[in-house]
Design a protein around this ligand. Structure first.
Ligand SMILES: Nc1ncnc2c1ncn2[C@@H]1O[C@H](COP(=O)(O)OP(=O)(O)OP(=O)(O)O)[C@@H](O)[C@H]1O
Ligand SMILES: [Mg+2]
Length: 406
């Protein structure tokens, strides 16, 4: 944790396939979070969300962190970092604990969450994340905040995310070798959801889809709680590759053509429109119908949305997401992507962006900032929980001592 003028700083480090993004948030008790520093750097050391080159990833992290430190006027010593990749797996578990003193305390919550997390995890996997879904006290279910409630038996349903131990270690190594402590590794989909979803959407049921460069991260919420998380190994990089192969142009040109001229619905491009395409080698540039480009992009975006739809069906949650789908991530601004998503999902679709106020908030309100902002918000919540439970534990101990002695 970093300190600057007695205020608390929380740092989000989003290590994406195309860029590392650092957001420094300043928190004062009772005040909304204020963004005071941002740093970013392109990455070449990741493939589909996983580290494939430690040195190159470290260089990107260092550069982005230095930029954020300069802007925020602080030294970054610890971060909440994102993790993605198809190695992530989720599991919904259940735990039970006796309620000491017949009133639920923070210690009881910790005990029941530990009991729910005590599942057999293979040696090559690591538990990364746990989040309570709902609690039950003496048979009464649907409890969200059990602290202070009376009862004997406390039960909890918990959402767990595990990752391949090697992928987790490689990512942590990149951060720690930069002299930075990893406070938590949060699945990118969960961080992104925290930044862009509203409480109403979580309550009604919603599917968050963050389409980046190498991964499409999915988080599904129903009845106010996270139910399913997944990272699909597909994203904007494949769209660029399709363009490069489809129209025979170098990848760097394909990326530029994608951002400037592409659209995901061929009917949005008129038949007369053409774009200039540089050729490979010393061949002269050519003109290509924009509709042909759109067809190529359409097919890949449609495939990505169908993969998300399959995931919704597999999780048996497709009928529980009344608030529809929220799209975010760098690949979402593609013209026609929202309309295509509505066609595939047959649900309401909106584009989600982080909604912070004040400070440098307007600099982190884009679709590429969702994960980094969500990490800061997550860090703020867990700091509050940790300090809260510390106080609660002290009160528990005092209560036990009073009961014993008087
Ligand atoms: N206007 C645009 N239209 C479509 N795609 C775009 C646009 N601008 C950027 N992109 C694409 O967005 C992708 C980068 O998105 P983002 O920054 O969310 O990825 P990332 O977080 O680095 O990667 P990941 O989360 O997949 O590991 C790139 O593939 C880029 O081509
Ligand atoms: Mg990302």
């Amino acid at each position: 944790m970093n300190r600057r003028n007695e205020k608390q700083l929380i740092v989000g480090l989003d290590i994406g396939t195309s860029k590392v993004l650092v957001v420094v948030g300043e928190v004062q008790p009772g005040e909304p979070i204020e963004v005071i520093g941002i740093g970013s750097h392109i990455t070449r050391g990741l493939k589909r969300g996983a580290v494939v080159d430690i040195e190159s990833t470290m260089h990107s992290i260092r550069s982005a962190v230095e930029e954020a430190e300069l802007m925020a006027g602080c030294e970054i010593r610890a971060v909440h970092a994102s993790i993605s990749g198809s190695h992530l797996e989720t599991l919904n578990s259940h735990g039970t604990a006796a309620i000491r003193d017949h009133e639920v305390s923070a210690t009881d919550i910790e005990a029941v969450l530990d009991a729910a997390s005590a599942v057999a995890i293979p040696a090559d996997r690591k538990l990364l994340y746990k989040e309570p879904q709902e609690y039950r006290i003496d048979g009464q279910d649907g409890i969200r905040r059990p602290v202070g409630m009376s009862g004997v038996r406390l039960e909890a349903n918990v959402h767990l995310v595990t990752g391949a131990a090697s992928a987790v270690q490689n990512l942590a190594k990149c951060i720690e070798r930069c002299g930075i402590q990893v406070d938590a590794l949060i699945p990118a989909a969960i961080a992104s959801a925290r930044a862009v979803l509203t409480d109403d959407e979580r309550e009604l049921g919603v599917c968050l889809v963050d389409i980046g460069a190498g991964t499409t991260d999915i988080a599904i919420f129903a009845q106010g709680a996270i139910r399913h998380t997944r990272a699909l190994p597909v994203g904007g990089d494949q769209v660029t590759n399709d363009i490069a192969f489809g129209i025979h142009t170098p990848t760097s040109n394909a990326e530029e053509i994608k951002i400037k001229y592409a659209c995901a619905l061929p009917q949005m491009a008129s038949t007369e429109e053409t774009v200039q395409v540089p050729s490979v080698g010393d061949r002269p540039p050519r003109r290509l119908a924009r509709q042909a480009l759109a067809q190529c992009v359409h097919d890949r975006y449609e495939e990505i949305f169908e993969m998300v739809q399959d995931e919704l069906r597999r999780s048996a949650l497709d009928n529980l997401i009344s608030a529809g789908v929220v799209l975010t991530g760098g690949s979402v601004p593609m013209e026609g992507a929202l309309e295509l998503a509505e066609e595939v999902f047959h649900k309401m679709v909106r584009i989600g962006r982080p909604q912070l106020q004040g400070g440098k908030a307007e600099a982190v309100c884009g679709v590429t900032h969702s994960v980094a902002v969500g990490l800061v918000l997550h860090g703020m919540r867990s700091e509050a929980t940790v300090s809260g439970s510390g106080v609660d534990r002290a009160i528990d101990r005092l209560r036990a001592w009073l009961n014993k002695n008087f």
